[in-house]
Design a protein around this ligand. Structure first.
Ligand code: SF4
Ligand code: SF4
Length: 370
């Protein structure tokens, strides 16, 4: 195995070599690209397709791209998508049943056809969310074969954050802004290029093919400084206290009524959240009556149907749905997964059409903490 723990330097002019090496290893590359006024993951063939000099201005209920004039390719925080749609498909077929001529039913599992995939530009918050989704889909009592197939083929090129958005608070959840684990390659951007590190055998092997020199002391100092500055730039944080206990001690707090007056129950927050995994299942029978498909699609605790149980709806109003979301995300996730379900990406704040900010709601209900 190639040498580990050595920081290398990849000049920006050679970033295409990294992409070419990923292609040569048989992987499709997916990377941040500008589409429809947002930075989204899409297929990448050439580094010229990356968002050069683009910065994202985010605030509660607001996301806009600006041009900074810099040559940097990763001087933005995050777009509406995390890794979630690449692994946990928004809508997919789980199995199909076919009626034979003799009337018997044949059930067939429908596993996804997957290709080796390299994702470039993964942020620390999204790696933390990936670890949580792995816990849920792979390490629980029932391993999800659909998620597992995609996960096995994933190669991750993480990028450290130097320009967090005003909505980011990953420092207060302990998940960022510097990627700490679960990547194959880590790149930290400077004006002239990238300090690169391998994080897995495949990652080290890939870097070794590029024949890079070691990063210099000054380059290491600069990336450390940028990471510290990114931490200091974060203006939001979750209250530093036992949120699980505080939320469950305040189930009748008047703030739940207040937030219910503003919340549209649209579910945008759960769609963009990289850790939310609720889904519904339904059947789609063919009109000829000979076959039917069983589908899984993303659902949200904000929909009426999500809490429908045999004749009645457990959470009929927005107050109970918002309370369910926040108490689960910041409270009972600790019981299920040993940590909070929030990784501080801030997406639910920016993409909420009425700008509801969960850090503000948590502080109002639980107190600001230390
Ligand atoms: S709850 Fe909001 S800030 Fe936390 S991980 Fe989900 S989308 Fe990101
Ligand atoms: S908190 Fe915002 S994004 Fe979430 S359901 Fe309510 S209005 Fe929609």
């Amino acid at each position: 195995m190639p040498k580990t723990n050595v920081a290398l330097f990849l000049p920006r002019a050679r970033l295409q070599d990294l992409v070419d090496a990923l292609h040569a290893s048989g992987r499709r590359c997916v990377a941040p690209r500008v589409r429809d006024g947002a930075i989204v993951y899409d297929t990448l063939t050439n580094v010229s397709e990356l968002p050069v000099g683009v910065h994202d201005a985010q605030a509660p209920g607001r996301y806009a791209l600006e041009h900074s004039g810099s040559d940097r390719l990763f001087a933005w925080a995050n777009g509406p998508q995390a890794l979630k749609p690449l692994l946990f498909a928004p809508r997919e077929s789980l199995w199909r049943v076919v009626r034979s001529d003799d009337g018997s039913l044949q059930f067939r599992e429908v596993l996804p056809k997957v290709e080796p995939l390299a994702v470039i530009g993964v942020r620390a918050c999204d790696l933390a969310a990936l670890a949580l989704q792995d816990q849920h889909f792979l390490h629980g009592p029932y391993r999800d074969p659909y998620y597992a197939r995609r996960r096995e083929q994933l190669f991750l090129v993480a990028v450290g954050c130097s320009h967090p958005a005003a909505t980011c608070f990953c420092a207060s959840t302990g998940d960022g802004p510097r990627p700490q684990h679960s990547y194959d390659v880590l790149l930290e951007e400077l004006d002239q290029g990238y300090v690169g590190r391998g994080g897995s055998t495949h990652g080290h092997e890939l870097l070794a093919t590029l024949g890079l020199g070691s990063a210099g002391d000054e380059q290491l100092r600069l990336v450390q400084e940028e990471s510290e500055r990114a931490t200091a730039m974060q203006i939001r944080k979750l209250p530093s206290r036992d949120l699980r206990a505080a939320l469950f001690a305040n189930l009748d707090h008047e703030r739940w009524d207040d937030v219910a007056q503003r919340c549209l129950s649209c579910g945008n927050c759960t769609s963009v959240c990289p850790t939310c995994f609720c889904h519904s299942e339904q059947d789609a029978p063919a009109l000829d009556g000979h076959q039917s498909e069983h589908l899984r699609e993303w659902d949200s605790c904000f929909t009426r149907g999500h809490s429908y149980l045999h004749g009645f709806t457990v959470r009929p109003d927005t107050r109970s749905r918002y309370r369910q979301w926040l108490t689960h995300k910041l409270g009972s996730w600790h019981d299920q997964y040993g940590r909070s379900g929030c990784v501080g990406c801030g997406r639910c704040i920016a993409w909420c059409p009425v700008g509801i900010d969960l850090t503000e709601e948590a502080a109002a209900i639980c107190g600001p903490g230390a």
